[in-house]
Design a protein around this ligand. Sequence first.
Ligand SMILES: CC/C=C\C/C=C\C/C=C\C/C=C\C/C=C\C/C=C\C=C\C(=O)SCCNC(=O)CCNC(=O)[C@H](O)C(C)(C)COP(=O)(O)OP(=O)(O)OC[C@H]1O[C@@H](n2cnc3c(N)ncnc32)[C@H](O)[C@@H]1OP(=O)(O)O
Ligand code: NDP
Length: 348
Amino acid sequence: MAEKPQLVNNSPEDTETDECMSTYTHIYSPDLLIDQVAFITGGGSGIGFRIAEVLMRHGCDTVIASRNLEKLTEAAKKLSSTTGRRCLPIAVDVRQPETISAAMDETLKTFGRVDILINNAAGNFLCPATSLSFNAFKTVMEIDTMGTFNTSKVVYDKWFKDHGGSIVNISATLGYRGQALQVHAGSAKAANDAMTRHLAVEWGPSGVRVNTVAPGPISGTEGYRRLGKTSRVCVCSLTVVSLCLSFSLSLLLFQVVHTPSQQGFSAASRCREPAIRPRSHMRFFSWPAVRLHTSPALYWSPTEGRGSPRPMTWNGCWVLSHLALQNYEQTAPHTGVPVPEDERLLVT
Ligand SMILES: CC/C=C\C/C=C\C/C=C\C/C=C\C/C=C\C/C=C\C=C\C(=O)SCCNC(=O)CCNC(=O)[C@H](O)C(C)(C)COP(=O)(O)OP(=O)(O)OC[C@H]1O[C@@H](n2cnc3c(N)ncnc32)[C@H](O)[C@@H]1OP(=O)(O)O
Ligand SMILES: NC(=O)C1=CN([C@@H]2O[C@H](COP(=O)(O)OP(=O)(O)OC[C@H]3O[C@@H](n4cnc5c(N)ncnc54)[C@H](OP(=O)(O)O)[C@@H]3O)[C@@H](O)[C@H]2O)C=CC1
């Protein structure tokens, strides 16, 4: 009889810095992305850095692209020495399509292919609308929204159009209900969410999947630091914050590798209770709350439907990610063993 599939629960340590994790437990095969190539904007820090690390730990080579080449070079060294995979740092301003175009040329020359695009680069700061200059609003729209379009279009034209691929846009939940001091970032991310749906429909026939992951506040990141102490207390008052940069791990891998068709997966959350402990997340995300939609976009919205956003704990992300995978794939990660419907929420 096949061994009963179980999810492991080995959380990595929390960290406040852009260092690779000192230990790592694979929940999927280490070879899952072997010899694939990911182009990650903003991959030199924060969430983008962690995404690069996780993909590389599964056999992927990466390009990390942003404005600060010194920072990228440092990050690439850390990533390569920890994972044994290649990481190419390239200076890019996503507001300037010609820099992205040159970066793609360099990527194809070095690696010969691109399989995954992570649109993670963004800019944000807290500012009330009344104090926000026209240029400040425009700057955030240009980095977050134009930047996402620019990069997607260049990568599509130069490679995905003929070879297919997977685009994952890093969004944010702050615009779902409206947050003070965030009209610029909320508007930009909302536009990106719409862009995700449109491009998924248009480019699906070329074998390109376009999805969104929308995190709530993630501690240990620049975005989180920029909230400032007072705002952090407002946002996090009920929750023990823990780093969950690794949220990207299983969910992104699941998305980029396992979603078989143009139609993606929508994990629309409806949180009705304090979601602090993993068990809450289990109920919260239990079937059929995690459900398949015909929408091509994936929205992981751990704070949607709540009065105020709260940081997702690592364990919550862990559970959510596995639920997403299990419910969609109906197989256990790593083993491929089919998961009986009544046993899909196993967590050890
Ligand atoms: C009473 C209420 C109490 C509490 C509030 C409660 C809740 C808080 C609200 C919501 C929080 C809820 C959840 C949020 C949780 C987490 C965050 C979620 C999402 C995070 C999204 C992110 O994107 S995080 C990414 C963070 N990292 C970065 O931003 C790094 C990159 N950033 C930059 O490079 C710069 O900061 C930049 C974005 C400004 C771009 O740089 P550059 O191109 O060089 O532009 P500049 O020339 O410097 O500036 C352009 C114009 O913008 C104006 N500006 C710049 N900074 C500010 C600022 N801090 N405040 C206001 N305006 C600013 C600048 O002056 C320029 O405008 P001019 O008119 O002067 O030209
Ligand atoms: N932190 C959080 O709590 C949350 C974050 N997010 C999203 O996660 C993503 C990462 O944020 P986080 O890790 O916090 O922040 P970081 O500041 O670490 O990441 C943003 C990255 O974008 C790059 N970048 C900024 N502007 C440009 C540009 N014009 N061209 C190219 N690259 C650029 C920066 O590098 P460089 O300076 O070298 O250009 C930086 O590496 C963002 O999309 C953010 O909106 C969403 C919800 C919550």
